[in-house]
Design a protein around this ligand. Structure first.
Ligand code: SAM
Length: 249
């Protein structure tokens, strides 16, 4: 997967050389390039923003600078709609980014992230590229406002790339996780050894060696925790996503 990130603070992404993300680049699974939006400015101050039309506080990112940058990074083929790039703008007033989006985007061959700053970017930027046939997404990572799109991009990138085959050392570790698969629930709680620590015991069933009972216990716990913490996820389950024992609880 090729990943391009545009930001006025590209140094934010120096951390991408660490940990599993760094290893994935070394293995050739990911090819990552960061770009400074100011490299596409022509004025002496390298301005990327201007005052909001209609008045109001703060500054808005200018469409001309973004367009010069995005035209170059997408290339002429993409602008003719023949390359499978996905152009992603983090935006607090967009639909929420979910595990489902991460799964879909983990199959893309090229992701291009545009990090907003200030009061955000001119609304015509995503509108223009959508009209050119580019697959444009705007996502919020949560109901709060950050200073810029860099952290939101890092969050989405981590969620997406860990789902790429061979990214994780142990691929099994992404199969049974919160929000994952059909009828996604929150995961059951996890324990390691020792069986008793500071007077707190691991549930006996987990020590029983009976895999059927362990699976049932974990499934029940996942359902109970999801019902308590995220009842909205339970409401979206249909009866095909419940087993016989679930329906009794
Ligand atoms: N004026 C905007 C509003 O109220 O919706 C907030 C702009 S914010 C200060 C600047 C940039 O940070 C946004 O353009 C976006 O790129 C990023 N950002 C902030 N919060 C975000 C969130 N929750 N999810 C995704 N991106 C976010």
């Amino acid at each position: 997967m090729r990943i391009d990130i545009v930001s006025v603070f590209p140094e934010y992404f120096d951390v991408l050389n660490l940990s599993l993300f760094g290893k994935a680049q070394a293995k050739g699974l990911l090819e990552v390039a960061t770009h400074n939006l100011r490299d596409w400015t022509h004025d002496v101050h390298h301005s990327v923003d201007d005052t909001p039309v209609g008045g109001g506080a703060g500054m808005v990112m200018k469409p001309e600078v973004w367009a010069e940058c995005l035209d170059e990074l997408l290339g002429p083929d993409e602008l003719l709609g023949s390359q499978p790039s996905v152009l992603i703008f983090p935006n607090p007033s967009a639909p929420l980014f979910t595990q489902r989006d991460a799964t879909e985007l983990s199959r893309a061959s090229h992701l291009l992230f545009g990090c907003g700053r200030y009061e955000g970017y001119d609304a015509r930027i995503p509108e223009y590229y959508r009209a050119q046939g580019v697959d444009v997404r705007e996502y919020s990572i949560g109901d709060y406002v950050l200073n810029g799109g860099e952290v939101a991009t890092s969050v989405m990138l981590e969620a997406i790339t860990r789902l790429i085959p061979d990214f994780m050392g142990n691929p099994e570790s992404i199969v049974e996780e919160s929000y994952t698969g059909e009828g996604a629930l929150l995961e059951h709680r996890q324990y390691t050894k020792p069986a008793e620590w500071r007077g707190l015991r691991v549930p006996d069933v987990l020590l029983s060696g009976d895999h059927g009972k362990v699976d049932r216990f974990r499934r029940d716990e996942a359902l109970a925790r999801t019902d308590k913490i995220r009842p909205d996820l339970i409401e979206t389950l249909d009866c095909t996503q419940l087993d016989k024992a679930d329906r009794k609880t």
